[in-house]
Design a protein around this ligand. Structure first.
Ligand code: CP3
Length: 357
């Protein structure tokens, strides 16, 4: 083992954090966790969710949010816990009306134009988000010392999509329409969201997050001409500002659905972040060859595989692992969040397969 590797391994006993910090770590198997690992596929989540009332009530109840964050760790022993919250807590804290309709998903009173963000730009977010920070502290106290604690936020583009559209969409055409008619205002809106996100992530780090992930779930809806303005620039604004203050806290970016060109551009953009999370559409062999020399990669088992049988889960997980020669710069995950109808035994098989590889 090289000197550097030894040093990093001695730095902490959290395998996932070691991978992120060293970018090439000597471990028996790669770390594993799942996006949306705290959620509806777990009966214990369903119970706590009922106890809390609504989804937002659960997010703002520090004790219960900590409890559901810990549930998948107790059951499966994942290498990371991600704090239970939602990317839409930020628009909510900024002052927009946000609610969750059962069977429909998130709802917001839509901003009529990107400029409308300026009405909210000076609002303090921390009073409302204090329960999230408290939940991080509570999780930190109860988490095994080998588990990495993740904070997170949504990327400016993805959060702006919901803020302007008022609900989910397949195409986000109405939002791109704003970007074409008034790119300056759109850029300004993303700028405001980027600085609020930095503030939010800093408080999460202070409360105990070891690393953070930024979810750009709708980056794939942005055409090539706008990708620099709406995806790459806002993401790198956040990572650069965060790195200035917390150089040792690793950052994971999840630009879901973007082109190989965009992934390469991000991977070679410098040292403001450590890891690229990949969706199931990315060829892992290509990623190992082209992205991994620059960044740790995370992903990307198709979440539909976890709906099948333990046998298929094991086969497909082994197939995925064999595509990555350099396991020391790799974190196992899904390509997107675990689905509510996922059988628990398939999750167990997924983790066991990684640990037996
Ligand atoms: O376990 C974890 O991953 C941590 C918690 C977490 C949630 N949402 C909880 C949640 C995280 C990291 C998120 C991120 C999030 N939220 C994203 C980005 C990641 C992605 O999946 O693309 C987005 C786009 C949202 C917005 C959001 N929240 C939507 C579109 C929905 C409805 C769809 C759905 O899955 O129900 C939510 C609700 C939500 N967020 C649930 C959970 C567990 C389900 C709520 C419930 O219990 O009814």
């Amino acid at each position: 083992m090289g000197l550097l590797k030894e040093k990093v391994n001695n730095l902490n006993n959290k395998p996932m954090l070691s991978v992120l910090q060293s970018k090439d770590c000597d471990l028996p198997h790669p770390p594993v966790w799942m996006m949306r690992q705290a959620g509806r596929y777990l009966p214990e989540y369903q119970n706590t969710r009922k106890q809390a009332g609504g989804f937002l009530d659960l997010c703002y109840n520090s004790e219960l949010a900590a409890e559901v964050t810990l549930q998948p760790i107790r059951r499966f022993g994942f290498d990371a816990a991600i704090i239970f919250a939602d990317i839409l807590l930020l628009p909510h804290a900024i002052g927009q009306k946000v609610w969750f309709e059962p069977g429909h998903g998130p709802r917001l009173t839509p901003l009529t134009t990107p400029e409308a963000i300026l009405d909210f730009a000076d609002n303090d977010i921390h009073k409302q988000l204090a329960p999230v920070y408290k939940a991080l502290q509570l999780v930190r106290e109860q988490l095994p010392n080998t588990t990495t604690l993740l904070g997170f936020c949504g990327a400016p583009w993805t959060v702006a999509c919901y803020m302007l559209n008022g609900e989910g969409s397949k195409s986000w055409a109405e939002v791109r329409h704003h970007a074409y008619t008034n790119p300056k205002a759109m850029a300004q809106m993303l700028d405001v969201l980027a600085s609020k996100s930095v503030e939010y992530l800093i408080e999460q780090i202070k409360a105990g997050a070891d690393a953070v992930q930024i979810f750009d779930s709708w980056a794939g809806s942005v055409p090539p001409d706008l990708v620099d303005l709406l995806v790459i620039k806002p993401l790198l604004t956040i990572t650069t500002k965060l790195k200035e203050q917390y150089p040792d806290v690793p950052i994971i970016l999840f630009p879901k659905g973007v082109s190989k060109e965009t992934l390469l551009k991000l991977a070679t953009s410098g040292n403001s972040f450590e890891c690229l999370a990949l969706d199931e559409g990315v060829n892992l062999e290509w990623a190992a060859e082209n992205l991994q020399p620059h960044k740790v990669i995370q992903g990307n088992l198709d979440n539909a595989i976890l709906l099948t049988t333990p046998k298929i889960v094991a086969e497909q997980t082994n197939k995925m692992l064999s595509k990555i020669p350099k396991k020391g710069a790799y974190i196992v995950n899904l390509g997107h969040g675990v689905l509510p109808q996922t059988p628990i035994e398939n999750v167990t098989t997924f983790i066991e397969t990684v640990r037996d590889f």
